[in-house]
Design a protein around this ligand. Structure first.
Ligand SMILES: *C/C=C(C)/C=C/C=C(C)/C=C/C1=C(C)CCCC1(C)C
Length: 238
């Protein structure tokens, strides 16, 4: 059995859980990109842009996972790559909301509101992780959390929710599904943050100490691929 296992390079080397999830994350993002890109040929014209955006989200992530995995294996920190990835991909996820609601009248200002809130959420989160301006990670985290809450409020109860309701049918159910990802899937990230930074919550998450990257990697796989699949499902539905 041991000999059998040792032919698997992953098990033969002392690859850590963190490195392993970076490697799997890269493979998953890469495969999802091919899938979404190919799906562009299978869906009606009005959904092609949405499928392209899904493919771009996972493609940008695959690229950053490639670099993050190398950095992690050399013992370097991945924070900068991580946030560059997010600052590109999270606004694209806002574009997904906008694109499916556009036929029912979504305005550019809705899109810009969501993008502005995500940039605030991510820049404050980055400041907290990088320890910028001497403010506590918990204060930056709080600011980031407020922006997250406002995004959730907008898509679940604000203008976006009203448009989805008026659209009805498959668009409304796809929108509801995306909202669930923002509510549950995106909530994985603050857990990673609290596991990796110091604050009032440190005792609470001590069991997860050192697992920040693993938690973020799980969050990315769930959300980036999940968002794309929701859109795909909508695009192929009748
Ligand atoms: C593909 C990447 C995605 C969907 C990333 C989402 C990231 C977040 C929702 C991050 C949120 C954070 C908080 C709400 C508070 C602590 C700091 C952050 C940035 C981890």
């Amino acid at each position: 059995m041991e000999n059998l296992l040792s032919i698997l390079p992953v098990l033969a080397t002392d690859l850590s859980l963190t490195d392993f999830t970076f490697w799997i994350g890269f493979a998953a993002m890469f495969a999802a990109t091919l899938f979404f890109f190919n799906a562009m040929n299978l869906v009606a014209d009005k959904w092609k842009t949405s499928m392209l955006v899904s493919a771009l989200i996972t493609a940008i992530a695959a690229l950053h996972y490639y670099y993050m995995r190398n950095a992690a294996m050399e013992g370097d920190i991945t924070t900068a790559y991580r946030y560059v990835d997010w600052i590109l991909t999270v606004p694209l996820m806002c574009v997904e909301f906008y694109l499916i609601l556009k036929p029912s009248g979504a305005s550019k200002s809705l899109l810009w509101k969501l993008i502005a809130l995500s940039v605030i959420m991510l820049v404050t989160g980055y400041f907290g992780e990088a320890g910028i301006m001497g403010l506590d990670a918990q204060l930056w985290g709080l600011a980031s959390g407020i922006a997250y809450f406002l995004i959730l409020h907008e898509v679940a109860m604000g203008g976006a929710a009203k448009l989805a309701k008026s659209a009805g049918g498959n668009v409304e159910s796809a929108h509801k599904m995306l909202v669930k990802f923002v509510f549950i899937g995106w909530a994985i990230y603050p857990i990673g943050y609290m596991a990796g930074t110091d604050g009032w919550y440190s005792g609470l998450f001590s069991g997860l100490a050192g697992q920040m990257d693993v938690i973020y990697n799980i969050g990315d796989a769930v959300n980036k691929i999940g968002f794309g699949l929701v859109v795909y499902n909508l695009a192929v539905s009748k």
